[in-house]
Design a protein around this ligand. Structure first.
Ligand code: NAD
Ligand code: UDP
Length: 314
């Protein structure tokens, strides 16, 4: 059945691709965004669609909408941006979560999915990270506004689930990239590609031995939708991401090779509390048949899309 779906943060990297996919599936999409890190360009192609509407609103303000399901994605995700106004980031996570949950409750318990993050594991002592790991987060450091904000949001989701029987879904997203990343996004994939294409220095923070995994955005979107459509007893948290681990130095070398760039690698100080290692244990996602679990199949496609001329238009 076609639904009217609210996507908060719908003008961002993930939200814009999710909105496009939901429209493709025949749903009506209400995108709510304050355009702080997202952009009109990301949804320009969707604006002509009769079933798409853009609401310029902050998720920390009261939400009154007639919708049948909610994806809560509103939150800056790049460390540079979420640390620029940490108080706003924390409020966005926690008050934003409270607002979408309250809307879901008032709408007679509609399903609501929270975009949580691998950052809830902090600088992990368990590797790879299973959902059962409680994490190692510095609650007073510069990343805390995001990490603790997302942890607080998860707590609210589970309390609404227990207290009101709300059909909640929580996914923990690991590093995701793709078209619609802003050139000034600040995250490593965007930085390295912009630097390589412009001939600037490739800035590795620290010695480059820290690790991450990188999921292509379409694969993540498949996982988000599969999670929303999963059985009511599947509430998560569920890790979604690519199970292939890379050092940041390896990533720099791959970007240099693919762009055929003459840029040189330089080193800059490692940011405070930068996690040393990160890799999702995605066995749960596999067992549940959630689609993001096999990103390797799309890797060549991903390279193609990232290097399209319009990949970095704002
Ligand atoms: P993004 O910055 O591209 O998108 C976030 C969107 O939220 C933007 O359009 C922004 O304008 C909007 N937004 C921010 N604060 C808002 C507010 N107060 N009210 C309304 N809108 C607001 O980031 P993204 O990569 O698309 O991330 C989407 C979600 O997924 C975020 O919640 C993020 O924490 C989560 N996530 C993403 C990644 C990743 O690697 N991309 C990893 C883990 C978690
Ligand atoms: N990083 C880097 N150079 C950059 C940007 C980031 O070496 O220009 C490193 C960063 O220190 C971290 C990793 O790349 O170890 C991933 O950073 P990003 O900001 O993409 O996301 P994070 O996983 O830290 O949230």
């Amino acid at each position: 059945m076609n639904k009217r779906i609210l996507v908060t943060g719908g003008a961002g990297l993930v939200g814009s691709h999710l909105s496009a996919k939901l429209l493709e599936q025949g749903h009506c999409v209400v995108c709510m965004d304050n355009l702080s890190t997202g952009s009109m360009h990301n949804v320009a192609a969707l604006l002509a669609h009769p079933d798409f509407s853009l609401l310029r609103q902050d998720v920390t303000t009261d939400i009154m909408l007639e919708v049948d399901a909610i994806y809560n994605l509103a939150c800056p995700a790049s460390p540079v941006h979420y640390q620029a106004d940490p108080i706003a980031t924390l409020k966005t996570s926690v008050i934003g979560a409270a607002n979408v949950l309250e809307l879901a409750r008032l709408r007679h318990n509609i399903p609501v999915l929270q975009a949580s993050t691998s950052e809830v594991y902090g600088d992990p002592h368990v590797h790879p990270q299973p959902e059962s790991y409680w994490g190692n987060v510095n609650p007073i450091g510069p990343r805390a506004c995001y990490d603790e904000g997302k942890r607080g949001a998860e707590t609210l989701f589970f309390d609404y689930g227990r207290q009101y029987g709300l059909p909640i879904k929580v996914v923990r997203i690991f590093n995701t990239y793709g078209p619609h990343m802003h050139p000034a996004d600040g995250r490593v994939v965007a930085n390295f590609i912009v630097q390589a294409l412009s001939g600037g220095d490739i800035t590795i923070y620290g010695d480059g031995t820290q690790t991450r995994s990188f999921c292509y955005v379409d694969d993540l979107v498949d996982g988000l939708i599969a999670m929303m459509n999963s059985a009511p007893d599947v509430i998560g948290p569920i890790n979604l991401g690519n199970p292939g681990e890379f050092t940041i130095r390896q990533l720099a070398e791959i970007v240099l090779e693919l762009t055929n760039s003459g840029s040189r690698i330089v080193h800059r100080p490692l940011p405070v509390d930068d996690p040393r290692q990160r890799l999702p244990d995605i066995r749960k996602a596999h067992e549940l048949g959630l689609g993001a679990a096999d990103p390797v199949a799309r890797r060549s496609d991903a390279h193609h899309c990232l290097f399209r001329d319009d990949a970095f238009k704002t």
